[in-house]
Design a protein around this ligand. Structure first.
Ligand code: NAP
Length: 314
């Protein structure tokens, strides 16, 4: 199978065997990049990074690379030897790569997961652009900064929810409500982030600035009126049969609702939020901005966001 719109005959998804024979493969001159994951065939990242490489005049190619857990030890040195410039990391490797990089950003360290790696000679430098990508997406969708918002994250115990929570904490948002079906994970995260909310310059209000709750209607009801931004970081919403993330009766017109899910583009949560007069956005903006920030991390230059957005929407 060939990737549409490209000049080479690269298979749509590469694997470890392709890295082993890299020097014999035809390829487009310029920086080689990839997203590694398992599964990875569904990744939309090539849709935005290949147009970005063209728009920036860099040449090169962004590949999908299917790697199993047991492939990583061999694959990383092979990518380095092949002259790869960097790579993105998706499920299930974000934690494993975090443990393999030589240095990393404060954001990646706090989250405990890496989604972007720069191969800098012998060194692997890790970053996590999911978290600042969310911040930028919220800014673009609602013209508001996380720092000024009281935020509720549903699914705070998962990888994306944790990234969102760390960004809210780093930005010292007004209030952070961590909700998770398995409440112990939210409580653990609260312990890690509490220091960011002990700010002597802020007046103590009647409510704690950071709380952890189980995902129950009663708990959501108690807290939903006291937040501005509700983020869905669960995997709920991808299937029509999924239960409600937030009961519709709790959504108020003042709420901003950010659904990290982007397929389907109009989830039940978004439709219900808009039906209640709230503003809502899907997760495509987060996908776009994590990609743009990855591009900037790799090339130390402004990302061609318009080309990336057009690629993503195509
Ligand atoms: P993950 O690590 O597997 O976390 C899944 C989260 O959803 C956990 O908090 C889990 O709670 C919760 N959950 C799963 N099924 C549930 C159910 N039936 N009822 C209640 N809670 C449930 O996944 P992830 O990587 O964080 O991804 C989460 C979502 O964010 C996915 O939809 C993903 O596509 C999306 N995402 C979007 C972007 C973007 O760029 N827009 C980036 C990353 C992720 P427990 O802890 O109790 O299991």
């Amino acid at each position: 199978m060939t990737e549409p719109g490209t000049m080479d005959d690269a298979p749509a998804v590469l694997a470890l065997a392709d890295l082993r024979q890299w020097s014999e493969r035809p390829r487009v001159a310029g920086p080689q990049l990839a997203v590694i994951g398992n599964p990875v065939a569904h990744s939309r990242s090539p849709q935005m990074h290949n147009p970005a490489l063209v728009a920036a005049g860099l040449g090169g190619r962004y590949h999908r690379l299917h790697l199993r857990d047991q492939d990583l030890d061999e694959a990383i040195p092979l990518m380095r030897a092949a002259g790869f410039h960097g790579f993105n990391v998706t499920i299930p490797h974000k934690t494993a790569i975090h443990d393999r990089v030589d240095e990393m950003s404060e954001t990646a360290r706090r989250i405990g997961a890496v989604n972007t790696v720069l191969i800098d000679g012998d060194r692997l430098v890790g970053h996590n652009t999911d978290a600042p990508g969310l911040r930028q997406a919220v800014r673009e969708a609602f013209s508001m900064d996380l720092a000024d918002l009281r935020v509720m994250i549903i699914g705070a115990g998962g990888g994306a929810g944790r990234a969102a929570a760390v960004q809210c904490a780093l930005d010292r948002c007004e209030r952070l409500v961590l909700v998770n079906r398995t409440v112990d994970k939210a409580a653990e995260l609260l312990k890690e982030l509490r220091d960011r909310f002990e700010d002597e310059h802020r007046l103590a209000g009647p409510r704690d600035r950071i709380v952890a709750l189980p995902w129950t209607e009663k708990d959501l009801e108690r807290e939903s009126g006291e937040v501005d931004l509700i983020i869905n970081a669960t995997s709920l919403g991808m299937k029509a049969s999924d239960p409600e993330v937030v009961p519709r009766s709790l959504i108020r017109p003042h709420h901003l609702v950010y659904d990290m899910v982007y397929s389907p583009p109009r989830t039940r949560l978004i439709a219900e939020a808009e039906g209640e007069g709230a503003r809502a956005s899907n997760g495509l903006g987060m996908l776009l901005w994590q990609g743009a920030l990855a591009f900037e991390f790799w090339f130390n230059r402004e990302a061609p966001v318009a080309a990336m957005r057009a690629g993503l929407m195509a």
